[in-house]
Design a protein around this ligand. Structure first.
Ligand SMILES: [Fe+2]
Length: 298
């Protein structure tokens, strides 16, 4: 895979927007696609993907690798993903720091892990295997959660950092997921950001959620709310400019509305780095380079 720096502010490619991709009017900085939805040979999906990759960089985002599971990794899935990678040549590949099934029964959900040294070693070994199998480094995404394990021994951010270090992989930092989990579990989102190894962050996700009063649910069916924008600016101040994606999976609006949110992310990033100078490139799968910011006056 080629070197990448900052792709800009992209959107998740979803079926209601396929016509805009096919007629060339989508005009996004980049597209993230759900890998599993494009592991098909027929229908209009391959044509949509070919059209999208002619217009903008593509990033593959998986939802079913079950990196934290205890079932053996699904070799057929990994083989099909590798074929898709070879065909599409994505900017990078990501999946989630979670588990998603047991006994070959899939939960169709991104389930949280216990934050223990044992789980850390387990999932890191599986990520290393996946990276060898796919022939590229991957990014792992922090998930939102609604329950915790009583035997967790580490805060989530230490677990995430430890896994990324042990597996030598990148991080897809979902800022909305940090916010949702910080409210649900009562931790300080700033502490989370402070614990993330910035040199490994290759991408950020932004999304909306549902407020159920006693807890938040990561529904991806609303625009990005102001507390998440605030946390995004905080993340950018720590990490530096980084490829950012607006995620929307339900109640999907017109493409123009999503692109306007991507523009808001561009603005928020510019506000956050206000006057700072990027010294190095951002993280890339083949050449992880720390991002360092310094005030323009220095
Ligand atoms: Fe996400």
């Amino acid at each position: 895979m080629a070197l990448h720096s900052h792709l800009g502010h992209g959107i998740g490619l979803r079926p209601p927007h396929y016509p805009h991709v096919l007629d060339g009017s989508a005009r996004a900085d980049w597209f993230e696609i759900i890998s599993e939805n494009f592991m098909v040979a027929g229908g209009r999906v391959p044509a949509v993907l070919e059209a999208a990759r002619r217009q903008a960089p593509i990033v593959l985002h998986g939802v079913s690798m079950s990196l934290g599971g205890v079932d053996p990794l699904n070799e057929r899935y990994l083989g099909e993903l590798k074929q898709l990678i070879e065909r599409i040549e994505p900017a990078w590949v990501s999946d989630h720091l979670c588990w998603g099934g047991f006994g070959r029964h899939y939960a169709h959900d991104l389930l949280p892990l216990p934050f223990t040294e044992e789980a850390l070693a387990h999932v890191a070994a599986r990520i290393r295997y996946v990276q060898d199998r796919l022939g590229c480094r991957i990014l792992i995404e922090n998930v939102s959660s609604y329950v915790t394990f009583t035997h967790s021994a580490l805060p989530e951010w230490e677990f995430l950092a430890g896994v990324a270090e042990a597996a030598d992989c990148g991080i897809l930092l979902d800022v909305n997921n940090i916010y949702v989990s910080s409210v649900n579990h009562g931790f300080d989102a700033q502490k989370y950001l402070a614990g993330v190894p910035v040199e490994r962050v290759g991408q950020i996700h932004l999304a909306g959620h549902q407020n159920n009063g006693t807890h938040l649910i990561d529904t991806h069916d609303h625009p990005v709310p102001s507390p998440v924008w605030d946390l995004y600016r905080d993340a950018i101040r720590r990490v530096g400019p980084v490829s950012t994606l607006i995620e929307r999976d339900d109640n999907i609006p017109e493409l123009s509305e999503l692109l306007a949110e991507a523009e808001m992310a561009r603005q928020a990033e510019a506000e956050a780095i206000d006057g700072a100078v990027l010294e190095h490139g951002t993280w890339s799968p083949s050449n992880p380079t720390p991002v360092a910011l310094r005030p323009a006056s220095l």
